[in-house]
Design a protein around this ligand. Structure first.
Ligand code: HGY
Ligand code: MN
Ligand code: MN
Length: 398
């Protein structure tokens, strides 16, 4: 039997690595001291639970229970400003299920914490490399916003690495997560069983103009990289209108202006362009609009334009058998207070679906807030999610 108190205690302990900000905030970016410290602690908890710890070259930490086991987990790195639940929930739930299975002699459960799910270097990088969605040498060449290469950063975990971890030993993967959106909180439902996960595209765009004096350069002679970015943004909002649906999202979340000073016409703007949708064709159409619009803006304003590597993941559907077990578990634990729903956030399950059947369940996010210090969920809902997962694992054994 899983132990809710032990589960919650481990959860609060994990939060102490990188605890920050008000409330239950966490700053635990991939390969930083807090992240590596958390992974060392997780490995020790897995060992205490009788699991065999293996760590692959990316720093994905596995607690192994043997051939044919179900893999349960998520990620323990965070956004630059994150909450205590994103990823951590699935990791600690996996640890508790694996531990309970060892204690009771139940069906074997292995657990995992994937590395860099939050994409300091890309999109769900640790599971992407493990699943073969991106080759290790290509991933190693990616740089974060500070210019640090993944290949250098991952050396922070070298002492923990044991070698490649064979995916063939797992019968399937289940990831529990917070919803990170408003739907369950708004309806008062307690569990979401995921039907599918959207696809994503993400790339850096650079406009290079002419750095110059902000007092003496006449407006008509400027080649202002910020103004190019502003014009690009206004134009894509307009051009996307006939292409997108209410579920389509796009974000310019990171902007770097050079040299970023009040009295200098900016010479360079580097920004992230990310878009998500459940339809691969629509993602492609949006890419065309982005590339064409950027080229037109660059042309009209005398800019040099360049694009970084485009990273992406395709939309994926959840496995019917695993999903059915979660649905039955949800009805047992929260009768008539659960729903089927798509995921607008990306998850490690997308990558793992290349290797084995996958499924996911959600618990509510208070006020729908995530990727922020204010992220939270009622503890009774965290425990309800654990119980659904437990019920599903028992059912899958039969
Ligand atoms: O951005 C995402 O969807 C995820 O939290 N990495
Ligand atoms: Mn997450
Ligand atoms: Mn996240």
């Amino acid at each position: 039997m899983t132990d809710p108190d032990r589960f919650l205690a481990d959860f609060h302990k994990l939060r102490s690595f990188g605890a920050a900000g008000v409330g239950k905030g966490v700053v635990r970016p991939a390969y930083g001291d807090a992240d590596v410290g958390a992974r060392q602690w997780l490995a020790s908890r897995m060992t205490e639970a009788g699991l065999r710890v293996e760590v692959d070259p990316m720093g994905n930490v596995f607690g192994l229970a043997g051939a044919g086991s179900l893999l349960v987990g998520s990620h323990s790195d965070s956004q630059p400003e994150g909450g205590w639940l994103d990823g951590a929930l699935g990791v600690i739930a996996g640890l508790e299920l694996a531990r309970a299975a060892k204690e009771t002699g139940g069906p074997p459960v292995s657990c995992v914490s994937f590395q860099d799910e939050e994409g300091r270097w890309g999109v769900t990088t640790g599971s992407a490399v493990w699943a073969g969605n991106i080759e290790q040498d290509k991933a190693d060449a990616l740089t974060d916003h500070a210019g640090i290469a993944l290949g250098d950063a991952r050396q922070a975990m070298d002492t923990m690495v044991t070698g490649p971890v064979d995916p063939a030993q797992f019968g399937g993967f289940i990831e529990m997560h917070i919803e990170q959106g408003p739907h369950l909180d708004t309806t008062g439902e307690r569990i979401g069983v995921v039907t599918d996960i959207v696809g994503i595209r993400d790339m850096k765009v650079t406009f290079e103009g002419q750095q110059n004096h902000a007092g003496t350069t006449p407006m008509h002679l400027r080649r202002d990289a910020f103004q190019a970015l502003a014009a690009f943004n206004a134009s894509i909002e307009e051009r996307f209108r006939n292409v997108v649906t209410p579920r389509t999202v796009w974000t310019i979340g990171h902007v770097s202006l050079h040299p970023n000073a009040s009295s200098i016409v900016p010479g360079r703007a580097v920004f992230s362009m990310q878009w998500r949708d459940a339809d691969g064709d629509r993602l492609k159409r949006m890419e065309e609009i982005i590339r064409d619009t950027a080229a037109e803006v660059a042309d009209a304003r005398g800019m040099t334009l360049s694009f970084g590597p485009m990273l992406g993941l395709e939309p994926v559907e959840m496995d019917a058998r695993l999903r059915g077990a979660l649905e039955t578990g949800a009805e047992e634990v929260a009768p008539a207070r659960w729903r089927r729903m798509p995921s607008g956030a990306l998850h490690d399950a997308t990558n793992v679906s290349r290797l084995m059947p996958v499924a996911m369940l959600f618990v509510p996010s208070i006020d729908g807030i995530s990727h922020a210090f204010a992220e939270d969920t009622r503890e009774e809902d965290l425990v309800a999610g654990l119980k659904v997962l437990d019920a599903a694992v028992q059912r899958l054994r039969r």
